[in-house]
Design a protein around this ligand. Sequence first.
Ligand code: NAD
Ligand code: G6P
Ligand code: MN
Length: 454
Amino acid sequence: MTLKKQSLLIAGGGSTFTPGIIMMLLENLDKFPIRQIKFFDNDEERQKEIADACEIILQERAPEITFLATTDPETAFTDVDFVMAHIRVGKYAMREQDEKIPLKYGVIGQETCGPGGISYGMRSIGGVLELIDYMELYSPDAWMLNYSNPAAIVAEATRKLRPTAKIINICDMPVGIEHRMSEILGLQSRKDMTVRYYGLNHFGWWTDIRDKDGNDLMPKIKEHVAEHGYVTPNELVGRPGEEIEPSWMHTYGKAKEVYPLDPKTLPNTYLKYYFFPQDEVALADPEHTRANEVMEHREKSVFSECNRIANIQTAEDAKLETDDHASYIVDLARAIAYNTKERMLLIVPNDGALSNFDPTAMVEIPCIVGSNGPEPLAQGEIPRFQKGLMEQQVAVEKLVVEAWAEGSYQKLWQALILSRTVPNARVAKQLLDDLIEANQGYWPELKDSVKVTV
Ligand code: NAD
Ligand code: G6P
Ligand code: MN
């Protein structure tokens, strides 16, 4: 059977992840044939640097694919089957603010967790809703696969404010951790494992992991995680499969401290920010955060390699790496395009899948994906410990979206107060006032500002 060729739009064409995704798409053309790729970004110059190199790569390796990069929504969104969205509203300059402002108060400064994630959420919601509106206007049958962060808040915003939109929110962290688990087990691929998992985005737990024959793989992984976290056996002997920055190695190692809190399960790495916030603050350099590291490493290397390719007009010796982890994006698009019924972790409305949890919460759980979209798989009752944590965190995410929609200072303050990462209501208010100042032009105006001094 010949597979129908697809037309893709990458929204956030200027992203550091775009070239890796193009390389990954090129490697998967047999499984997911493409007739057209378009880039869309609201920063023409940034996008051009990436697009000029990607155009050369495509011409050399798949000349049958038509390519264009544009900042015009109609040109971008017309005649597309999938919008792959990875925008960063405010770019790294604002990520730096999100990370550094909380650290001034001794609170963790992180892209998606705590006050930094809330701040980023207040910027992202409008940007992603705008992309949905363009897609519905110009290609109403298309699907949006969104990994723009903070995915938890963006997903809640799309559920509440665009309830009928064909958008699926996804995250690569479980995929990345499962890849590590498969290395720990000595398996060929993470796809040799079938998992049960539940939680919110960047806030979840594996409850069951089995091989294709149904054998329980959890004991072996747990034994390793208890001692080494998710640092792989090869990394432990100084032979990493890929270059991992020290801050990520710390995160993988830290999972060994999160694991004992509920040894029945295996934790997502992001839980460290909620259970050990002081440790993360103590480690952080308030003058030099992850945003600085990314600007100095990933952004610099991707853009300089793209510029080099554009200058010499060939990508024959390109040093751009395939983003293997991003192959889940092809799995998801394929599942919808060709009804493959792939089992994947996605961020979807709970709707009873976690039977004792808010049906309106956006949860991260296994789903079977076909042409109609995701069918969530019931994960049953969740224990009191996780339920308590998730109820508090989901309230943070819902309050942020309500604050954005209503322009409510009060609700955003409450969101910050409810975050486990913020020590008290006074610090929450100081943080909020600083974040409002830093986010001028990005956040909606918050109308009911609380004048009291706390
Ligand atoms: P980046 O800053 O390099 O790229 C983002 C691009 O989005 C920029 O070119 C920017 O100009 C563009 N942009 C910003 N606002 C826009 C708007 N309103 N409309 C169109 N374009 C807009 O960022 P990056 O580090 O490459 O990350 C991109 C995004 O992917 C981030 O949101 C990041 O958090 C997310 N991400 C998510 C996952 C996940 O697990 N869900 C994994 C990796 C990255
Ligand atoms: C993981 C998470 C993403 C997050 C990224 C940050 O992949 O799942 O949601 O954006 O890490 O990585 P960075 O290298 O930008 O700090
Ligand atoms: Mn993620």
